[in-house]
Design a protein around this ligand. Structure first.
Ligand SMILES: [Zn+2]
Length: 750
């Protein structure tokens, strides 16, 4: 069934189509044809069923058929609230777009002048709330003598809101002969009386009430451009005959806009968010719940899945309850969730209730760790009072953490970013305190030894802090034969390098200088400001380089090309070239920074400087024996051992070899150059003959200076080669000294 099958004319069909309406809703299907031929209609339907369209379109078509130059009011729609009146007005706007009919909307709470002016210009259709209609009628601005069609919208709500007497009064002003379209969600006796007195042989139309909550939620994703989101939503709601929809938006403004736009499409909507008053929010929720509003638009804070279970009423401004349980019962009647509670005067029963709650704790959708005994009588509570710390009328019983048995199927070892080996028990899956547990951390070798946890053991589990599963104990009686004590591997399961115990003995650590598990951390440290100080090579860039397999050790950085870097996300051609330049510039940082950058244990910035000063080159350091090392102040036996172990390891040797191959300086920087450029910033521009840009930059940095890409007031010198352009001009503008290549070379000589 489509709208065109209902007998509506072309201009209305066209307007409906523009609104995205194709298929009529059940009430439209049933009410429009009889209304079009002038029959009275009794619609038992709620807002959100499409009833506005069901009465608006026949009104438009019937009035259009005999439109005259004078415009007496020929249709009156009486509706209880201002919001509904506005929505109905918007519907007439939308559906009557291609017709020449005029309508006006009048309601209270605002100045009457614009409304009076609209009436004086002449309107065919009047949408009104009862109060303002009576007011303007009494002032003589409204005549209803020529009325042909009368709509009473939301009759039961008129009754609820106390308007029914006004409605009866208004009815007396209407001509006897007219068509009446009557809508009400429910039919209480007063409404039935009204129906009987008002309607003549009506066509009765009823649509199903709104559905109950669903158990299964199906999800769809629609790709849509921003501007069409609400239109798509309106379309889907019509097409899929959505009776109620909950819409979430990111902002309050967005919620208002979506609700407004839906309203314009003839879909009633209310917005709730923090800027609305409590009353307004409650009204919106009540309207949504009762089906009077079809769509509720809320900000996404409401979508976070927050729920509330009431434990105790702290304050109420209604008459006080006599007991706590009476208050909770009252809340429950209002459909609040309240805490599971039992009432008892018998200590034995109380005790068994506590244990029973503990046994059933898994059935709650939230975690509990205890039960609370409360005095039920609120007057007794106030007599008992409270201390500074706790009420005297309540006491908590804390359940021991839930424990379950499981079998250790395997022990696996993970290598963290810092090289620490963490053993993990792989467990036979077991349900524990609300989740299925399949593994538990075994922390370190000491923990395993202390509890003597072995593969094949049956263990007792509990959750630490109710969250992290931990092994409490091993059930030795259940240990199968042939098990062996577990020892952490002596080589890294990731890279095969030797594993050593930390000096404090807590952790076992991989020593691999090129260990993939530690690569990201090693790279980030290598490039950091105090180490090789490579600009623009932060953690995010390193992640991408690792993911793409471009870098497997810190030395690989020196073999990256600008093209490879430009391919990365958020890296343009220019920043890629800058990165390549920065990497190249880091080659001359000197041995002190390199030693720190390599991440040798116990070798920090200070030790790096001391070792570089003492040995002058990496090769000299590599030759040094233990005695030579420990002879240095600040280098103890442990540090000396770490250094010698590091240098001896195959991964380290490979790394050093590659760094040398890349041309990374293995000499102490202080020996190769002074600090003559300390605090100076150079900008290189134009074509240099004696050096490449990178070489010149490296030479500047080796002397403690900085090479920058742009000229500013902070620039100390601009070195200008052949064909220097904008940078030279800018230097002249700012009065920055400009050096020729020869002058620069002379300066380098010192
Ligand atoms: Zn490793």
């Amino acid at each position: 069934m489509q709208f065109k099958d209902l007998g509506l004319n072309a201009p209305i069909l066209r307007a409906l189509e523009e609104q995205g309406y194709k298929n009529p809703s059940p009430i439209q299907e049933k009410a429009i044809p009889p209304a079009l031929v002038g029959r009275d209609v009794l619609g038992c339907a709620q807002t959100g069923t499409g009833k506005t369209c069901a009465f608006a379109t026949p009104i438009l078509q019937r009035l259009e058929a005999k439109n005259g130059p004078k415009r007496p009011i020929r249709a009156l729609i009486l509706t209880p609230t201002r919001e509904l009146a506005i929505q109905i007005g918007e519907s007439f706007d939308a559906y009557g777009k291609y017709l020449k009919l005029r309508h006006a909307v009048i309601f209270g709470g605002v100045g009457q002048n614009p409304q009076v002016e609209a009436l004086q210009r002449g309107v065919d259709i009047l949408v009104a709330t009862p109060g303002r209609l009576m007011d303007l009628h009494d002032q003589g601005f409204i005549t209803l003598d020529h009325l042909e069609i009368f709509v009473l919208d939301e009759a039961d709500r008129m009754l609820d809101m106390g308007f029914i007497h006004d409605v009866r009064k208004i009815l007396k002003w209407l001509p006897q002969k007219k068509q009446t379209l009557f809508f009400s969600a429910t039919m209480p006796p007063e409404i039935t009386d009204l129906v009987n007195s008002l309607l003549k042989n009506p066509v009765k139309v009823a649509v199903n009430p709104i559905s109950s909550p669903v158990e299964v939620i199906r999800q769809w994703v629609y790709w849509v451009d921003k501007g069409n989101k609400t239109a798509l939503l309106a379309h889907l709601m019509e097409q899929k005959r959505v009776k109620n929809a909950l819409v979430f938006t990111r902002t309050k403004h967005g919620a208002n806009k979506v609700a407004r736009d839906l309203g314009k499409s003839g879909i009633s909507a209310a917005a709730i968010h923090g800027n609305k008053s409590q009353t307004a929010r409650q009204q919106a929720l009540a309207d949504f719940k009762s089906g009077k509003v079809r769509t509720l638009v809320a900000t996404d804070i409401a979508a976070r899945g927050l729920d509330m279970v009431v434990f105790n009423i702290q304050y109420t401004d209604r008459a006080p309850f006599e007991t706590d349980s009476a208050g909770l019962d009252w809340l429950r009647e209002l459909h609040f969730k309240v805490i599971d509670f039992r009432l008892s005067k018998d200590m034995d029963k109380i005790q068994s209730a506590i244990f029973k709650l503990g046994d059933q704790r898994e059935k709650y959708p939230f975690d509990i760790d205890g039960a609370v005994l409360k005095v039920n009588s609120l007057s007794q509570r106030s007599i008992l009072g409270e201390t500074a710390k706790f009420p005297r009328w309540a006491a908590a019983y804390k359940y021991p953490p839930e424990q379950k048995e499981s079998v250790v199927e395997d022990i696996v070892v993970q290598v963290g970013r810092t090289g620490v080996l963490t053993p993990k028990a792989v467990l036979e899956p077991v349900r524990l305190a609300g989740t299925t547990v399949t593994n538990a951390t075994l922390h370190n070798q000491d923990f395993i030894e202390e509890k003597d946890i072995r593969i094949g053991d049956t263990v007792v589990l509990q959750k630490a802090g109710e969250i992290i599963p931990e092994v409490v104990e091993v059930l030795r009686d259940l240990r199968p034969e042939g098990t062996e004590p577990y020892r952490l591997p002596e080589v890294c399961p990731v890279c095969g390098a030797a594993v050593v115990r930390d000096e404090d003995g807590a952790f076992n650590r991989c020593t691999g200088a090129e260990c993939p598990a530690q690569l990201h951390r090693n790279l980030t440290h290598f490039a950091s400001r105090d180490a090789m100080d490579i600009d623009g090579m932060g953690p995010a860039v390193m992640c991408q380089l690792i993911d793409r397999g471009l870098v497997k050790t810190p030395a690989d950085l020196y073999f990256l090309t600008a093209d490879q870097l430009a391919d990365l996300e958020r890296m343009g051609k220019k920043s890629a070239q800058n990165a390549v330049d920065a990497i190249a510039a880091s080659k001359t940082r000197g041995l002190e920074r390199l030693l720190f950058a390599l991440g040798i244990r116990q070798v920090g910035q200070k030790a790096g400087k001391i070792l570089a000063a003492r040995f002058g080159s990496f090769d000299a350091l590599a030759q040094a024996g233990e005695e030579e090392l420990t002879a240095i102040d600040d280098v103890g036996g442990v540090t000396a051992a770490y250094i010698r172990e590091w240098i001896a390891s195959p991964q380290s040797q490979h790394l050093i070899g590659r760094l040398k191959e890349a041309g990374v300086s293995m000499e102490a920087a202080q020996q190769s150059a002074g600090e003559q450029f300390r605090g100076m910033t150079f900008v290189l521009t134009g074509a240099l003959e004696k050096f490449t840009r990178d070489e010149a930059a490296a030479l500047i940095e080796a002397r403690g200076g900085k090479a920058s890409g742009s000229v500013s007031k902070k620039t100390t010198y601009v070195v200008a080669g052949e064909n220097a352009g904008s940078k030279l001009r800018k230097a002249n503008e700012l009065g920055i000294p400009v050096l020729t290549e020869d002058e620069f070379a002379a300066m380098l000589e010192g």
